[in-house]
Design a protein around this ligand. Sequence first.
Ligand SMILES: [Zn+2]
Length: 114
Amino acid sequence: MHELGICDALIKMVDQIAKEEQLDGIRRITVEVGTLSGVVPKYLEDCWVAVTDGTPYMDSEFAVEVVEGTAKCFDCAQEFAAGLNDKLVCPFCGGKKLIPVSGRDLTLKEILAE
Ligand SMILES: [Zn+2]
């Protein structure tokens, strides 16, 4: 239920931004999810629907954009695209000591008001 906590945090962020920028009615909220973040976009969307039910955001569109993560091999220093569902082995040398470089984040990318 990792995603539920993320949705709660997202709502608080959107609330705060909407207040600060005096936005009236949010039409679309876009978040970026890295493939190494451990967040499953489908679960995130489902949780968003559950969490926003009865709130001013229940009719807002919720868009999840997936950003491909990259990892670096400790042995041969090559960088390559990597997702959590992949077998995490270096495609160049077969090394298993990998360092995530990007794609571990979930960010609130854009809020579109009416
Ligand atoms: Zn390697």
